[in-house]
Design a protein around this ligand. Sequence first.
Ligand SMILES: *[C@@H]1O[C@H](CO)[C@@H](O)[C@H](O)[C@H]1NC(C)=O
Length: 295
Amino acid sequence: MRGTIASGIFAALLSSSATTYAALTQVTGWGENPTNLQMAVSIPSKLAEKPAIVLALHYCGGTGPAYYQMANYDQYANAQGFIVVYPTTTKDSNCWDVASTKSLTNNGGGDSTGLVNMVKYLIQKYNADPTKVYATGSSSGCMMTNVLLAVYPDVFAAGSCYSGVAAGCLAGSPGSSPASADPKCASGQNVKTGAEWAAQVKAMYPSFSGSYPRMQTLHGTADHFVEYFNLAEQLKEWSALLGVEFSQNVTSSPQAGYTKIVYGDGTKLVGYSAANVGHTVPVHPALDMAWFGLA
Ligand SMILES: *[C@@H]1O[C@H](CO)[C@@H](O)[C@H](O)[C@H]1NC(C)=O
C-alpha cells in the first residue's frame, strides 16, 4: 500500500507542475469538531451566487492537501464557481473512521459528524446551496463517501467515489486502517443481500424517511487491497436503498476497459468496473463532476 500511496502522490506532483492551482485555505473554528479533523478549502475567485459544495476525501495515509493535487478539480471549480473541501484526519494512519458506532450514527459525534459540520459552516458562510452538496473520495475516502450518504442522506445530494466499500461493511471493526481493521471487509468476505445492507443503513438514521442520495462508484477488477467484490456489495446496498434494479452494461465507458453498470435509467445509481485496474482507480474529474451536475 505504501507504494500505491507514494506513486499516487508522485503522479499528482508531476501533474501539478502543468496546472495552476487556486490556493488552499486552512479553516479553523468552523464548528463542533468531535474528532479533531482539519479543514482546508479551495474557494474559486468567482463563486457562484449559491455555490455547490464538494467534499473530497483522501485515501488512508493521505491528507486534504495531497488529495487536492490528486483529484485535480480546480478547472471545474473555477468554471462553475463551487467550493471544494479537502479535510484531513490524522488518526488511525490517516484513515477515516468508517467503523465506530459514533461515525455510523446520524449526529453520533464521530468523523462523519465533523465532516457534516464543515458543510454546514460553508452553507452559512458562503450562502451555499444545501441541495447541491456532494461527496467524493478514494479508498478510505470512498468508504467515507458511502458512510456519509448513508448516515446523512438529507445533507448529500450525490456521491462519486473510487475503490471503497459499502456503508456499514466495517461496522464494529476495531479500526478502519489496514493495520487496525477487521480484514473481513476489505477482503470481500462481508457479503450481504441488498435488503440486509439497506436495513443496516436505515438503522444509522432511523427517523429519516426521505430518498437516499444518488451514487456512482468505481472499482478495479485487479484490486487485491480492497477487493473487487466490494463493488458488488456497494451496488447491492444502493440498489436496495434507491429502489433501482440493474438494467444494462455499457462497455468502453468512459474509456476502453471500463464497463458502466447501469441501474434503472442511470440517473440514480451507476457502477464502473475497471478491467485490470488495481488499487485505486485513478480519479476521473470529468466523470465526478458530470455526475454532480457540475461539469
Ligand atoms: C455487467 O458488467 C459487470 C462488470 O464487468 C459483470 O460483472 C456483470 O456480469 C455484467 N452483467 C451482465 C448482465 O452482463
